[in-house]
Design a protein around this ligand. Structure first.
Ligand SMILES: *Cc1c(COP(=O)(O)O)cnc(C)c1O
Length: 237
């Protein structure tokens, strides 16, 4: 408990310091706790320390935790790769999806969002480093995809998400994040009626650079929960 509490405090301090360096308000940056491979109990501890939003990558693992934690009013974010035949439980159980990178997935999430629930918040994932192995829409294809997604009624297009190629140099880390910021600005001009207020970028090793370039959600796992033990990982789906 105290370990999660300490780490959470540290991460909040780091966010505040980076925000100050960027001359931004620290309240403009939301902390998403990335809880893949963590037990429901650890999320409960983080919740007790004030953390309210959690990000999950693997659907079945996430659904188990959502069920175990229904007594908490958690905001659930899906941040992992999406198979188009698995969209229904995502549409039914999450508040946000950060990893939409093709229209078919957006359309299915839209169609499967239950009536009576608020629209699903969506970020489009951009393959900003143009890596062949990574998911995400290429920057050149973003305007077309965004225009189509923006027309879906049960979806709120909130912004963009990226996982840049890793780089140890803090100055180099800023470049892809700055490109993301430019992409969001041009989308805001292209689609002035959309609530495009979100840049989901920055993880444990590059959150300072992301905040300097305008991140509004940082997705933090290791710095909050410690190193992940993949050998004990629950079944992925
Ligand atoms: C695992 C993961 C994170 C968190 O990474 P850390 O380095 O542990 O902070 C953030 N975003 C996505 C999409 C992830 O899969």
């Amino acid at each position: 408990m105290t370990q999660i509490a300490d780490r959470l405090t540290k991460v909040h301090c780091q966010i505040a310091a980076a925000a100050k360096a960027a001359q931004r308000q620290s309240q403009a940056i939301r902390l998403l706790a990335v809880s893949k491979t963590r037990q429901a109990d650890e999320l409960r501890q983080a919740w007790a320390c004030g953390q309210q939003e959690f990000g999950e990558n693997y659907l079945q693992e996430a659904l188990d935790k959502i069920e175990a934690l229904t007594d908490l009013n958690i905001g659930w974010h899906f941040i992992g790769p999406i198979q188009s035949n698995k969209t229904r439980p995502i549409a039914e159980n999450f508040d946000w999806v950060h990893s939409v990178d093709r229209f078919k997935v957006a359309q299915r999430l839209n169609d499967q969002r239950p009536a009576g629930m608020p629209p699903l918040n969506i970020c489009l994932q951009v393959n900003i480093s143009k890596e062949a192995s990574k998911s995400g829409v290429l920057p050149a294809d973003l305007p077309t995809l965004a225009a189509k997604v923006a027309a879906l009624k049960n979806i709120r297009l909130r912004g963009l998400m990226a996982i840049p190629a890793s780089n140890d140099d803090p100055e180099q880390q800023r470049k892809p994040f700055a490109q993301m910021n430019d992409l969001l600005k041009s989308l805001q001009q292209q689609l002035p009626d959309q609530p495009l207020d979100t840049l989901s970028m920055g993880m444990s090793d590059d959150m300072d650079a992301a905040i300097l370039e305008g991140a509004t959600i940082v997705r933090i796992g290791t710095a909050l929960f410690g190193p992940r033990d993949y050998s004990s990982q629950l079944q992925q789906s």
